[in-house]
Design a protein around this ligand. Structure first.
Ligand code: MN
Length: 320
C-alpha cells in the first residue's frame, strides 16, 4: 500500500495541507532471515522512488529482542549502492566481504559501499535488549556505480540548537559538516526536538528533503507527521521549519539531496540501470562468484536470491 499520499506540490487533494509537503506512509515488510523481524518501509514506494540519491528507507523498533528475535540477516549481496546503518538503540554486528567486522552503535554512522559487488551480514548482538533504528540505501550515480568496496565509520558530535539536538552524519546542517565522502551531495541527520519546540533550519534550495518521524508528532512546514511517516518537500526552499507538536521529546531523521536524475532498476538488494545487469548480478551471487567476495565468521548459510520475475524489470525514476 502506498498510504495517504498526495500527488505532490500543487496537489489540490484533501488531507494534506497546502504546504507542499507530501506524506508518505510506511508499509510493514518482513526482513530476510529465518527469524524475520518486521520493518516499516517508506522508500521506495509507488508514489516515490528516491529522495536525492536516498532510494531505500527502513525504520524499525523499538523492538524487544526477546520477542522479535532481533536482527539476523545472513550474508547477502549488494551492487550499485551504499548502505547506511543508524541506530537509536541496540547494537548490530556487521561483517562484510571487505573483511570489515564492526559493531554498529547508536549515534554512529556505518556506511558500506557496494559498487560492483559486496556482501555482508547483520546480526543484533547478545547484549541487545531493544533494537531501534533505520537502514537506508543511497543509489550510486552512473559514473561511480561500479565503485570499489568500502566501509566507513563516523560518530558525529551533537550540535545544540535552541530547541533541538542535531547529529549530522552525512552532508551539512546547522553549521556542522560530516567528513564522510559521498558520490552525490547528500544530507543525513538525526534531530531530537524538545517538547513543543519549533526549529527553523537553513537548507540548500537545490535539495529535496524527507523527514522521517521516529517518535512524537512533528509538523514539517505546517503538515503534521506521525511516527513512521516520511514527509517529502520538493527543492526550492531555503528553510525547513519543524515543530514538535507533542509534549514529549520527538526524534526524526532528515534526509536530503538534489533530485537524482537517473532512472534506476531496483530488485532485491541490487540497484542497477538495466534488467540485464540485475539478472547478471543474481546469477553471479547464485554462482558464488568472487564479485561479491565472502563474509567470514557468520554462523550459517548465505541468503539465496529470490526468483526473478519472468517479465523484464522496469526502470523507476523520480516523480516529476
Ligand atoms: Mn544489506
Amino acid at each position: 500500500m502506498s498510504g495517504k499520499t498526495e500527488t505532490g506540490p500543487g496537489a489540490a487533494g484533501s488531507g494534506t495541507a497546502g504546504s507542499g509537503v507530501e506524506v508518505l506512509s510506511a508499509r510493514d515488510v518482513p526482513l530476510g532471515g529465518p527469524r524475520a523481524m518486521t520493518v516499516r518501509r517508506t522508500l521506495p514506494q509507488r508514489a516515490r522512488t528516491l529522495i536525492g540519491a536516498w532510494c531505500f528507507a527502513d525504520h524499525y523498533g523499538p523492538d524487544d529482542v526477546a520477542e522479535s528475535g532481533g536482527m539476523d540477516v545472513a550474508p547477502h549481496p549488494h551492487i550499485g549502492l551504499q548502505t547506511v546503518s543508524w541506530l537509536f538503540d541496540g547494537e548490530i554486528e556487521h561483517r562484510d566481504s571487505l573483511g570489515s567486522h564492526a559493531l554498529v552503535r547508536p549515534g554512529e554512522l556505518n556506511l558500506m559501499t557496494g559498487g560492483r559487488g559486496i556482501s555482508h551480514s547483520e546480526v543484533s548482538t547478545a547484549r541487545t535488549t531493544l533494537l531501534h533504528g533505520v537502514q537506508l540505501w543511497v543509489a550510486l550515480p552512473g559514473e561511480h556505480r561500479n565503485a570499489a568496496r568500502d566501509f566507513q565509520h563516523y560518530a558525529p558530535g551533537t550540535v545544540r540548537l535552541d530547541g533541538a539536538d542535531v547529529r549530522v552524519f552525512l552532508g551539512s546542517l546547522a553549521g556542522e559538516t560530516s567528513p564522510v565522502r559521498t558520490f552525490t551531495p547528500l544530507l543525513g541527520a538525526e534531530l531530537r526536538l524538545d517538547p513543543g519546540a519549533t526549529v527553523t533550519l537553513a537548507t540548500d534550495p537545490a535539495f529535496e528533503h524527507g523527514l522521517l518521524v521516529d517518535e512524537g508528532e512533528v509538523r514539517l512546514s505546517g503538515t503534521l507527521l506521525r511516527p513512521a511517516e516520511l514527509g517529502y518537500t520538493a527543492p526550492g526552499s531555503t528553510t525547513l521549519t519543524l515543530t514538535n507538536a507533542s509534549d514529549a521529546p520527538a526524534r526524526t531523521v532528515l534526509l536530503g539531496g538534489p533530485p537524482f536524475e537517473e532512472e534506476v532498476v531496483m530488485w532485491w538488494n541490487f540497484v542497477g540501470r538495466t534488467d540485464e545487469e540485475i539478472r547478471q548480478a543474481r546469477e553471479d551471487w547464485a554462482a558464488a562468484s568472487d564479485r561479491f567476495g565472502e563474509v567470514a565468521g557468520y554462523p550459517g548459510d548465505r541468503l539465496p536470491a529470490p526468483e526473478l520475475p519472468t517479465t523484464p524489470l522496469k526502470p523507476r525514476g523520480r516523480v516529476r
